[in-house]
Design a protein around this ligand. Structure first.
Ligand code: KIV
Ligand code: ZN
Length: 524
């Protein structure tokens, strides 16, 4: 039996990145996009080009550099959005897609847009036609589709397909749908719109997880005729997130008996690596018990389960962990490993670094190797990702000394390097501060030196690999006022140093953002 292909449309870099504090810089986005290509998703929604210069440049760079998947840019149904999206995805050539959207539900028409149905229809058709002047592949989304009157939704689908859309995506924008009803809606559209039944146009779904039903709704839609699923790695996204890519893909594969007529092209062995990369790049940690990619997803603690697994894996495991990329670790490196061995391991892990990056990474590798016995693949991943998350370094950490203890006032002395000092050369400055604890003291000293005043909104510390000497990775969500919340990351075997590095990374990101007013108080 010939199976229908389910198109996996990944929106980690657009809807996923819309999640507060998850914003990524250009290099981070490129690295995620390259990994999505290795994961073999069919479509990468790379961003919303009209939103900012940064978004435009990221979509353009991904369209230029990432080979394999179709590259999509999002646009509202307005000419300036569509033209920006068209220009940004152009380098992808025949693999370029524009995704236009316009709300269609009664509540959005009346309260958000103040437009009647016929005006919405007209704008949707005009938007699709304009997008078709840029690219052959146009997707249309009736925003809040699941809450739109079904008759009107059918009318919209027919009109946009006639105008040239080859994919119509039905979003459950507010995560309101439940599987039976959402499946019935998709089946109704499939039957009522001839282009869906004939395969001339693809029906897609885009579910949000407000009721924890995004994956269930997407699967119900597949049963009802949807042939594209929009999703994100780790399910990240606005509010409670989007459909989780790994869960949908593994449900389709593991329950091929239920989803007998469909298949998808994802390379499941790249799932765990993609999950770890997205988590580091977005600063959003994966909960331990998250299906497929959580640390506990394949951990069996009950003796009876362990016994069963040893006798026959399938007694308690419905998936082979190797199938999703768990347990592919090589022997750890040590401080004696040479540059060539490190470069080789990096290539095996899928990282392609230039000469200069490899040199700085090797310096950090040796520092870490001196402090801990083994450097694991995850440590190496953290170092590479630390390099990628580096922003132009206005301030660099030169020296840190902290004094703390139960009978001591926590004190930190910090020495920073300022990249462009008075005569354009690097300058050094130092200061000290007391604080509620050693981390607080170190961050206060950094604030004194840089003239910033950050408020720590969230702080998390995790061990990157095993052992007491594990590399600690800190993710800090910092509010610098001016409505700017920035995520910084830093890793070290010393958790106070990791905290200072993460905070300094956030300071550099804040200072590097266009429109940031440079604080005056900073030295020198
Ligand atoms: O949730 C939503 O409705 C969206 C659309 C832009 C597809 O993200
Ligand atoms: Zn969405």
């Amino acid at each position: 039996m010939k199976k229908d292909r389910i198109i996996i449309f990944d929106t980690t870099l657009r809807d996923g990145e819309q999640c507060p504090g998850a914003s990524m810089n250009l290099r981070e986005k490129l690295e995620v996009a390259r990994q999505l290509a290795r994961l073999r998703v069919d479509v990468i929604e790379a961003g919303f080009p009209v939103i900012s210069d940064g978004d435009f440049r990221a979509v353009q760079a991904i369209a230029r550099e990432v080979k394999g998947p179709t590259i999509a840019g999002l646009a509202r149904c307005v000419p300036k959005d569509i033209d920006a999206a068209g220009a940004a995805v152009k380098p992808a050539g025949k693999r370029a897609r524009i995704h236009v959207f316009l709300a269609t539900s009664k509540i959005h028409r009346e309260f958000k847009l103040g437009k009647a149905r016929d005006e919405i229809l007209r704008l949707a058709v005009e938007g699709v036609k304009r997008a078709r002047t840029h690219v052959a592949d146009v997707e249309f989304s009736p925003e809040d589709g699941s809450r739109t009157e079904p008759d009107f939704l059918i009318e919209v689908c027919q009109a946009v397909v006639a105008a040239g859309a080859s994919t119509v995506n039905i979003p459950d924008t507010v995560g309101w749908a439940v599987p039976e009803q959402f499946g019935a809606l998709i089946r109704r559209l499939h039957e009522a719109v001839p282009a869906f039944a004939s395969g001339k146009a693809v029906i897609s779904v885009h579910c949000h997880n407000d009721l924890g039903l995004a994956v269930a709704n997407s699967l119900a839609a597949v049963q009802a005729g949807a042939r594209q699923v929009e999703c994100t790695v780790n399910g990240i996204g606005e509010r409670a997130g989007n459909t989780s890519l790994e869960e949908v893909v593994m449900a389709l594969q593991t329950r091929a008996d239920v989803f007998a007529g469909v298949t998808c092209g994802v390379n499941t062995r790249q799932i765990v690596k993609s999950s770890k990369l997205v988590s580091r790049m977005s600063g959003l940690l994966v909960q331990r018990n998250k299906a497929i990619v959580g640390e506990n997803a394949f951990a069996h603690s009950a003796g009876i389960h362990q016994d069963g697994i040893l006798k026959k894996r399938e007694t308690y495991e419905i998936m082979d962990p190797c199938e999703v990329g768990w347990g592919q670790t090589e022997l750890p490196l040590t401080k004696h490993s040479g540059r060539a061995a490190v470069a080789l391991r990096l290539r095996q892990l899928g990282f392609t670094l230039g000469e200069a990056d490899l040199n700085s990474l090797f310096v950090r590798f040796k520092e870490i190797g001196d402090k801990k016995k083994f450097v694991y693949d995850d440590d190496l991943g953290a170092l590479v990702e630390g390099l990628i998350t580096e922003v132009p370094e206005t301030w660099g950490l030169e020296y840190l000394h902290v004094a703390s203890g139960s009978q001591t006032v926590p004190t930190a002395t910090v020495r920073l390097r300022k990249a462009n000092g008075k005569k354009g050369a690097a300058e050094f400055c130092q200061d000290a501060s007391i604080g509620d604890g050693p981390v607080d003291a170190a961050l206060k000293a950094i604030d004194r030196l840089t003239g910033t005043h950050g408020t720590l909104l969230e702080y998390s510390l995790r061990a990157v690999s095993q052992g007491k000497d594990a590399l600690g990775e800190v993710t800090a969500n910092v509010d610098f006022g001016q409505g700017q919340v920035v995520t910084g990351r830093g890793a070290s075997t010393d958790v106070i140093e990791a905290s200072a590095r993460a905070y300094l990374n956030a300071v550099n990101r804040f200072l590097g953002q266009p429109g940031t007013r440079r604080p005056n108080g900073g030295q020198p």
